[in-house]
Design a protein around this ligand. Structure first.
Ligand SMILES: Cc1ncc(COP(=O)(O)O)c(C=O)c1O
Length: 409
């Protein structure tokens, strides 16, 4: 097929779509000699491989027919019930009818965008935010309106100004251990955010893949517990069990769930029955709380090792966030060091980071002054070595003569 035909037939929706800069960088970072702080990968040594294997075997032995048959779009009822119970334990009034199983929480973002967005509709997003959410909203031709933030999360005063000026349909926010900044939305801001959504008639899309991974401090209240009628909440097993399962969920008012189910039918009919039933089987007997405690301990140690190494190795003028959980921290570079130059110098020293400009919906001054660092996917020893290499790559004002890294989104 000729490329021209592809170009000629391409939808206007996909014409400007670019591959995610993060995915492109991950390809380079996969080389074994590279110490990668780039991906958002959980630690594979913490996947409960044997327990999942046993659960799959048990499901195939006792319910092979239904486990390999088509299933209902909303998902396997015992799994939806388990999730509703867990949401209730964290304060969200929930029933299994309000829970729909998605193929990863990424599909939840896509389905919500598909359900609500016409071309030109406004979505408020944090600046910076999760790249693949920006990609999903852009694919539905949304107008992405950026809201700044600080160490306490989204700036709700700035959001209010925006809501007074523009009709916004969705407010996309990652309240706990945000991707990419690692920051957590303060309690008072959470209540304000829900009030604003209520007052201005918008839905909040609360994306929470990391909330269970708190290794310091007390949990904040989920937005869905504060304003259940205005919050669509997304969760996932990707960071707690394994991303390869591709099991996430959406919690919302029943009317939203009903319509999301229609949107999902045309996407994939349903999330794989085998993995849903295996997850439900696993959770019947597995010490999930003990498992989460192990992950939190390990990520807490890795984060601590990264913070200590940054303190020791980085030149004056560099600053970074201090996450209470999750997978990432956000590093502000010393003067005259830019993100793409650092990426190139770093990769030449076999260490990978993601340039911060990838996480913004728009280009803008000062946005090339950050990189995202992942601490979950490297051992403590490799974290120390990686940060040492990264520090040596911070050469002010010097560009390497290599092809530019594609920065999209
Ligand atoms: C903020 C955020 N939302 C959603 C996802 C997608 O996760 P899932 O594997 O559940 O699709 C990620 C993955 O890294 C993420 O960081």
């Amino acid at each position: 097929m000729s490329r021209n035909l592809v170009d000629e037939l391409l939808s206007s929706r996909m014409r400007g779509a670019q591959p995610s800069a993060v995915r492109e960088i991950l390809k380079v970072a996969e080389r074994p000699e590279v110490i990668s702080f780039a991906g958002g990968l959980p630690a594979p040594e913490l996947f409960p491989v044997e327990e999942i294997s046993r659960a799959v075997q048990e499901v195939l032995a006792s319910q092979g027919g239904p486990a390999l048959q088509y299933g209902v779009t909303e998902g396997y009822v015992p799994l939806r019930e388990w999730i509703a119970v867990r949401l209730r334990a964290r304060g969200t009034a929930s029933s299994s009818e309000q829970v729909l199983i998605t193929t990863g929480s990424q599909q939840g973002i896509d389905l919500v965008a598909k359900l609500f967005l016409d071309p030109g509709d406004a979505v408020a997003v944090e600046a910076p935010t999760y790249v693949a959410a920006l990609q999903a909203f852009a694919a539905y031709e949304a107008d992405l309106l950026e809201v700044p933030g600080d160490d306490g999360g989204m700036d709700v005063d700035a959001l209010e100004v925006l809501l007074q000026r523009r009709r916004v349909k969705l407010i996309y926010v990652i309240p706990d251990f945000q991707n990419p900044r690692g920051t957590t939305l303060e309690g008072a801001r959470r209540r304000r955010l829900v009030e604003l959504a209520r007052h201005h008639g918008a839905f909040i899309l609360e994306d929470d893949p990391y909330g269970e991974l708190r290794f310091r401090g007390a949990p904040e209240v989920p937005l869905s517990a504060i304003g259940p009628d205005h919050v669509i909440r997304l969760g996932t097993f990707s960071k707690t069990l394994a991303p390869g399962l591709r099991i996430g969920w959406l919690h919302a008012p029943v009317e939203v769930v009903r319509r999301i189910a229609i949107a999902k039918q045309s996407a994939d009919l349903h999330t794989p029955t085998l993995t849903q039933r295996a997850a439900a089987q696993l959770l019947k007997t597995f010490d999930y709380a003990g498992h989460l405690a192990r992950i939190r301990r390990s990520y807490g140690e890795r984060c601590g090792a990264m913070l200590a190494a940054l303190e020791l190795e980085l030149p004056a003028g560099a600053r970074w966030t201090r996450p209470d959980g999750g997978l990432f921290l956000w590093l502000e570079l010393p003067p005259r060091v830019t993100d793409r130059a650092l990426f190139r110098h770093a990769i030449a020293r076999n260490v990978a980071v993601v340039p911060g400009s990838a996480f913004y919906a728009r280009r803008g001054p000062g946005r090339d002054r950050f990189v995202r660092l992942n601490f979950s996917n490297q051992t403590v020893a490799r974290i120390g070595e990686g940060v040492r290499r990264l520090a040596s790559a911070m050469v002010p004002g010097v560009e390497l003569a290599t092809a530019p890294v594609p920065i999209t989104a």
